[in-house]
Design a protein around this ligand. Sequence first.
Ligand code: HEM
Length: 182
Amino acid sequence: MMKKFLFIISIIAFLFFSIPLSLPAMEYEHTLEAKNMQFSWTIEGDQIHVKLSAKTTGWASIGFDPEKAMLGANIIIGAVEKGKFKIEDHYADRKRGHSSDEKLGGRNDVLNPSGSEEDGVTTISFTLPLDTGDKYDKPINPTGISRIMFAYGAGKDSFKNRHSYRTIYEINLSTGENKKIK
Ligand code: HEM
């Protein structure tokens, strides 16, 4: 009886000490530094893993493939408010604004969302299928040149609040090669 008890205790102790208490942070394959913003990403199969941070206590956002100003971009926007993060899948249905895919009749395709705010820097991370099939997302091209916008808000967490900084880059998501175009 005692032997069995000691055996079970040693199994539990082994499992306790061999499983790390916190998972290691994800390593990303590429990183781009924009003004007060950092975009890290990895293409894995038919998905892209993204980490985006901005020097703001407001929202941080990335927009894939805008056509005219913001119009047509698949926007992912996130913020941390009172320790809780929110990340939404939006679509730029206007040249100077955006709405959530769900509101427009589409879907939220953001996977594994997470977010934190530390020392005035907001960081969000998430995974997106390269081709969600949603009407309000466009397939992300993993090999050619992609036009990608970055922006952050000015301290307020509301997604209706305009940016205090915005920029556009051309990026080859496979090689990491990039050029600021706006
Ligand atoms: C409700 C929120 C937003 C409002 C009201 C808004 C409004 C505007 C306005 C008025 C402009 C033209 C003036 C300017 O160039 O600054 C603009 C441009 C721009 N916005 Fe937004 N915006 C919003 C959110 C976003 C988000 C989430 C992004 C995503 C990354 C973004 C990216 C951009 C970019 C890259 C431009 C420059 C486009 C160009 O000149 O080709 N905006 N926005």
